[in-house]
Design a protein around this ligand. Structure first.
Ligand SMILES: Nc1nc2c(c(=O)[nH]1)N[C@H]1C(S)=C(S)[C@@H](COP(=O)(O)O)O[C@H]1N2
Ligand SMILES: [Mo]
Length: 170
């Protein structure tokens, strides 16, 4: 049955409400990726040999107080993705409020937003390295350390990495 012509202007007036309702859909709506509520926090990321063995290895050259070093290891983003702590798809919604906290044996800590590791957002190359200059890391610096391509200072290049967790901001 056709709508009475007199109703048409009234229906058109409600159009912005419909569009607004679509925009306001929460991230947890069915079909949306990675509903934040479903993600455990903190999420511990395995760092052992088995967790790293299958990942592609990369090189990063960085300046260590005036000395150029070449370190090798796996990408932090790939490690997080392999453990399920970071979605493989471009991040959105609640994932933009999650961060990676890296702690060392000596208590040193640094964090990275998940977004800065996403190639479609920050695109930062952070490596979890186990070798530098063709040698395993010395016991005092390793066995694992971070190396961040593009950081002008090595302050976030946490040595003696002991624990990596992904945390949802409160
Ligand atoms: N565990 C740990 N990692 C750390 C630090 C630290 O004190 N403890 N210092 C940071 C700082 S400030 C710098 S400049 C670099 C120095 O790295 P290097 O000792 O390999 O040159 O390590 C970073 N990583
Ligand atoms: Mo430093």
């Amino acid at each position: 049955m056709p709508l009475p012509r007199s109703l048409l202007p009234a229906l058109l007036l409600t159009l912005p409400l419909w569009v607004g309702a679509q925009d306001a859909r929460p991230d947890t709506a069915p079909g949306r990726a990675s509903p934040p509520a479903a993600i455990a926090s903190p999420q511990v990321v395995p760092l052992d040999e088995a967790a790293r063995a299958t990942l592609e290895r990369h090189d990063v050259v960085f300046d260590d107080h005036g000395t150029t070093r070449r370190c090798e290891g796996v990408s932090l983003a790939a490690l997080l993705q392999a453990s399920g702590a970071m979605p493989v798809a471009p991040l959105r919604g609640g994932d933009l409020t999650r961060y990676v906290l890296v702690s060392a044996r000596d208590g040193y800590r640094a964090l990275f937003s998940l977004a800065e590791l996403d190639p479609t957002l920050g695109g930062r190359t952070v490596l979890l390295a186990d070798r530098c200059d063709d040698r395993p890391l010395e016991a005092t610096r390793g066995p694992l350390r971070l190396v961040i391509a593009g950081d002008t200072r090595a302050a976030r290049s946490v040595r003696q990495v002991e624990r990596i967790v992904v945390v949802a901001a409160p």
